[in-house]
Design a protein around this ligand. Structure first.
Ligand SMILES: Cc1cc2nc3c(=O)[nH]c(=O)nc-3n(C[C@H](O)[C@H](O)[C@H](O)COP(=O)(O)OP(=O)(O)OC[C@H]3O[C@@H](n4cnc5c(N)ncnc54)[C@H](O)[C@@H]3O)c2cc1C
Length: 460
């Protein structure tokens, strides 16, 4: 075990002392992420550049101390929770956008930039960074890269991975590595950039990223349709895609989610609907209104009601409703376990039905929403953690939900990552040889196992 005073003194030798803390009240703040998991660190540092990150990591490497990268801590898998104590590296002050290149459509950024701020900055230049986690007003680009964040628009535009061209990262040895390039194409050696995307801070700290941008769509329209059943909504998703239209988002909410959101926001959702689809198309102003009409007509065949947002203000209200589901749930129960399974799109109705049965069996409220176009569902189990029995029923239900995903040919996580939360189920969802290769990669890059230990891969 390391000597905290000695390690803290070494950190103060390489970083200004006002950016190194061991204060108990700070340690409490750095114990959490967006889950209910808790792990207390002993130290935290707030670097301003890669050189400072590298210096702190070298101290950790010399003293065998766990190091935990942390962005906005909005993660929903426990990735930023210091499960084994150690040093939290708070990346939020590395928050400068370094270069926006309009001609080559790229942005070079530090990792602590908030996702929505980066989007706003490139949009002022007529460019677009599509990945849009619902947490975009809090989450950082570094956290998005580390979790390969998704969001509603990923149906058309892809996830964070599809926008990362290159990285600068500090390895567990304290060495600084640069990967990728500003070029649109690059097959020069192994793809280390994408090895780091989604690695949840277990291989190193991202200190700079070069991201691909696309032209800002000049028009967008939103359609909302409500259905008696989830199955009707899911069939409409297929109908729209089969008609050759790829909307940028196709979001599903079940009746429980609709009721809670409407009570919270009064956005005009039909609370009698069994399910609701929120669909957005974007692109050319000549094409978008026609596609929106076509989508409305397709949905009309199965829906009870279809509404085409008349203007951007109305569309924004509907999307705010979608982005507010997490806060709406808080009105019913103080805590939630936000799940994140992904299944083949055709399996959505079966997945929803089985998750509902799990809720009934365990006497729990499970609200289901998600990215229907991607087959990515977020069953949220609502609970009060002070109720021990309800908590243990929640954990049992979550395990059953993971198994439903796997039995339907899906995966444990579509976008939140594995972190601590799903680590113990990873082996069930991966080919054993693939898991062995992952362990070998981790051992090679981080032989001391100091970089975010215990996340993604279980210790043995
Ligand atoms: C209300 C709500 C809605 C959400 N909606 C979505 C959604 O639609 N889609 C989605 O994908 N996620 C969503 N999330 C989850 C979360 O916001 C994302 O996982 C996000 O990418 C985390 O970013 P962060 O900056 O908060 O990272 P943190 O939570 O701080 O960290 C997440 C992981 O990344 C690592 N990390 C952070 N910064 C770095 C870095 N610079 N270098 C290396 N590793 C690093 C951490 O160690 C940790 O393992 C939501 C969360 C909330 C609370």
């Amino acid at each position: 075990m390391y000597d905290v005073d000695r390690v803290a003194a070494a950190l103060r030798g390489v970083l200004p002392s006002d950016r190194v803390t061991t204060a108990p009240e700070d340690m409490i703040v750095y114990s959490y992420d967006g889950t209910w998991l808790v792990g207390r660190p002993q130290m935290a540092v707030t670097p301003l550049d890669a050189r400072e990150v590298a210096a702190a990591v070298r101290v950790a490497a010399d003293e065998h101390v766990p190091i935990v990268p942390r962005g906005a801590a909005s993660g929903l898998a426990g990735g930023a929770v210091p499960a084994f104590g150690g040093i939290v590296v708070n990346m939020t002050r590395m928050n400068r956008i370094l270069d926006i290149d309009r001609v080559n459509m790229t942005v070079v950024t530090q990792p602590g930039v908030v996702t929505a701020s980066l989007q706003a900055a490139v949009e002022r230049e007529g460019l677009f960074y599509p990945p849009d986690p619902a947490s975009l007003r809090q989450s950082t680009i570094g956290g998005n890269i580390a979790t390969c964040a998704g969001g509603p628009r990923c149906l058309k535009y892809g996830v964070t991975r599809d926008y990362v061209l290159g990285l600068e990262a500090v390895l567990p040895s304290g060495e600084i590595m640069r990967t990728g390039a500003r070029t649109a194409k690059n097959v020069t050696g192994y793809d280390l950039t994408h090895l780091f995307v989604g690695s949840e801070g277990t291989l190193g700290l991202v200190t700079e990223a070069t991201l691909r941008l696309v032209p800002l769509p000049r028009a967008r329209r939103t359609v909302m349709a409500d259905f008696s059943t989830v199955s009707g909504a899911a069939s409409s998703v297929t109908d729209v895609l089969e008609a050759g239209i790829v909307p940028c988002a196709m979001e599903l909410m079940d009746n429980t989610t609709i009721l809670l959101v409407e009570e919270h926001l009064h956005a005009g959702l039909n609370t009698r609907a069994g399910a609701l689809l929120l669909i957005e198309v974007d692109g050319d102003p000549e094409v978008v209104p026609r596609q929106a009409e076509e989508i409305a007509a397709i949905c009309q065949q199965r829906a009870n009601g279809v509404r085409l947002a008349g203007d951007q203000k109305e569309a924004d209200t509907l999307w705010t409703a979608r982005r507010s589901v997490a806060s709406a749930f808080g009105k019913l129960r103080p805590h939630r376990l936000g799940e994140d399974i992904a299944v083949p799109r055709s399996k959505i109705p079966e997945a929803v039905e089985r998750i509902r049965d799990i809720g009934i069996e365990h006497d729990l409220t499970i609200a289901i929403f998600g990215h229907a176009g991607d087959g990515n569902l977020h069953p949220n189990i609502l609970l009060d953690l002070r109720d021990e029995d309800e908590t243990s029923r929640t954990l049992a239900a979550a395990e059953e939900i993971f198994r439903v995903a796997m039995q339907l040919g899906g995966v444990l996580s579509g976008e939140h990552g594995i972190g601590l939360l799903k680590r113990d189920y990873l082996a069930e969802n991966l080919d054993p040889q693939a898991l062995a290769v992952m362990r070998a990669i981790k051992r090679t890059i981080d032989p001391q196992n100091i970089m975010n230990p215990g996340k993604v891969l279980s210790p043995n």
